[in-house]
Write a protein that binds this ligand. Structure first.
Ligand code: PFF
Length: 487
């Protein structure tokens, strides 16, 4: 049973939660994925939809998760169970916590492989292993790196070990201490890289690519990618934010903290775009290169520029640190659950988690070499982990979380925990009851191939559905008006 008798650890410093949650949010999703999907889906219009998704779905879900964590003071499973029990509801809702914990673990199993790429490129840059490579060489280097399971496995093992060492040291001594220097360091490196970008000759083009709005380039697929990415980039429904929230002191404002984390995450993603695209454009490369953008195009581009190796080193160092501050957050839920429920010390819980992680991530790593043919329905193991978590588990977990908070629990619980004034509280409630669920249902409809949504075309329908949802919801349980009158 959870050790409810003992007071729960809390972040030591005023910035502890902010830095750790931002560290979790800012990762490969911002620096590797955001630039390449922005490139694939056409730039500015995609960025705008992404920002809307962060505001309408990401922020409300994140607030809800932090509130669950702080109220329930435990891992996702224990915290959700305590909060639902407080409202006299069934413990079965803690299944959402189980799924979140599993989801964080599954993401980490493929995340360490990509983080391993980053560490290996850092090493190549440091040792001059890429000097003089041509476009074809670069693709060959990327291929060779992946083809050898010992090399690829070695790098992903290194990431897994570093993650578990940090987590094993504890919330304050391990996580908080390390994010406290890694996050400022990361921002500093990013600023230096942007300055490099300004002088690269491609800065203007990069700015107009990222910020000029061209509605014509808005595809329905791009919009779904934006919504899915909002979950991933804010580390939602994976146990990370909820568990970090369980260490948040009572007095901290959940609304303000969430908005700061969401802004920091978005600013870093945009800054990453401003660091990467100028270099790509200055060298006449294609921004829509896909997943290989920062591993193949970018090192090549850096090489062609004065002081490029130095900035290349800086770039991969920054990427590796960003990955590490995220990976530690993905196992914290599991480690905290093991400590609370199985009486394990943090060290043994971390190593036990690390061994299982290593086994699964090895299977994910093999998808790039020996196991490339082990496919099911056209997807290898790595693809399945990515697909199941981003298309299904995160949206499903997000939906469960908002439905639970918006409809199932007693209204006092979250009013209390969030401590918002009537108007912002009503706004939050509208989002978790109607707007976020609708957005998530749209992702499912697409994943099931039921309906291809294009907001540009279908927005009147979506608005009508939203209004019907509000009318039905508020007739059955009129909480919005009550919320407005609540204080
Ligand atoms: N937010 C991280 C990124 O953008 O790279 C990924 C992530 C971290 C997802 C933690 C889930 C999680 F629990």
């Amino acid at each position: 049973m959870a050790s409810s008798g003992q007071p729960r650890t809390q972040w030591l410093g005023r910035w502890g939660f902010m830095l750790a949650a931002t560290g979790s949010a800012v990762g490969l999703g911002n620096i590797w994925k955001f630039p390449y999907i922005t490139g694939e889906y056409g730039g500015g219009a995609f960025v705008l939809v992404y920002l809307a998704c962060i505001l309408a779905v990401g922020v409300p879900v994140m607030m809800t998760e932090i509130a669950f964590g702080r109220r329930g003071r435990g891992s996702p499973i224990d915290a959700i169970r305590r909060v639902v029990n407080e409202s006299g509801r069934s413990s079965a809702w803690s299944l959402i916590g189980w799924m979140a914990m599993l989801c964080g673990f599954m993401i980490l199993s493929f995340y360490v492989v990509v983080a391993g790429w980053s560490f290996s490129y850092l090493w190549k840059m440091l040792t001059g292993g890429l000097a003089g490579s041509s476009v074809d060489d670069m693709a060959a280097v990327f291929g060779a790196n992946n083809a050898n399971p010992f090399i690829l496995g070695g790098w992903s093992t290194l990431v897994a070990v570093l993650t578990m060492v940090i987590v094993g040291k504890g919330v304050q001594e391990g996580i908080e201490k390390n994010v406290s220097w890694m996050m400022p360091g990361l921002v500093l490196m990013l600023i230096l890289l942007i300055i490099f970008g300004v002088f690269s000759g491609g800065f203007g083009e990069a700015v107009s690519f990222l910020f000029s709005f061209n509605a014509g380039s808005l595809s329905s697929e791009g919009m779904l990618a934006a919504l899915g990415h909002a979950f991933f980039t804010l580390s939602l429904a994976s146990g990370a934010i909820l568990t970090y929230g369980s260490y948040l002191p009572k007095g901290a404002s959940i609304g303000r903290t969430t908005i700061s984390v969401a802004i920091a995450d978005t600013v870093v993603a945009l800054m990453a775009g401003l660091a990467i695209f100028p270099v790509i454009f200055a060298n006449g490369m294609n921004p829509g290169e896909g997943p290989g953008l920062i591993f193949m195009s970018l090192p090549l581009a850096f090489q062609a520029m004065p002081m490029g190796t130095l900035f290349g080193i800086l770039f991969f160092l920054m990427l590796s640190m960003a990955a590490l501050t995220s990976s530690i957050s993905m196992v914290e839920a599991t480690v905290s659950w093991l400590c609370d429920n199985k009486g394990m010390t943090r060290k043994s819980a971390s190593w036990a988690t690390g061994i299982v992680l290593w086994l699964i991530s090895t299977l994910a790593m093999l998808s790039f070499n020996l196991g490339a043919d082990w496919t099911l329905a056209g997807k290898n193991f790595f693809d399945w982990l990515d697909y199941l978590t981003s298309r299904w588990m995160m949206p499903l977990g997000g939906l469960g979380t908002v439905v639970l908070a918006g409809f199932v629990l007693k209204s006092e619980t979250f009013r209390d925990e969030l401590g918002l004034a009537p108007l912002p509280y009503t706004l939050w409630l509208t989002m978790v009851r109607y707007v976020s669920p609708l957005g998530i249902l749209v992702i499912f409809a697409d994943a099931l191939g039921l309906y291809q949504v294009s907001f540009a075309v279908h927005w009147p329908w979506l608005l009508a559905i939203l209004l019907v949802m509000v009318a039905v919801g508020e007739t059955l349980s009129p909480r919005l008006r009550q919320a407005l009158r609540s204080r």
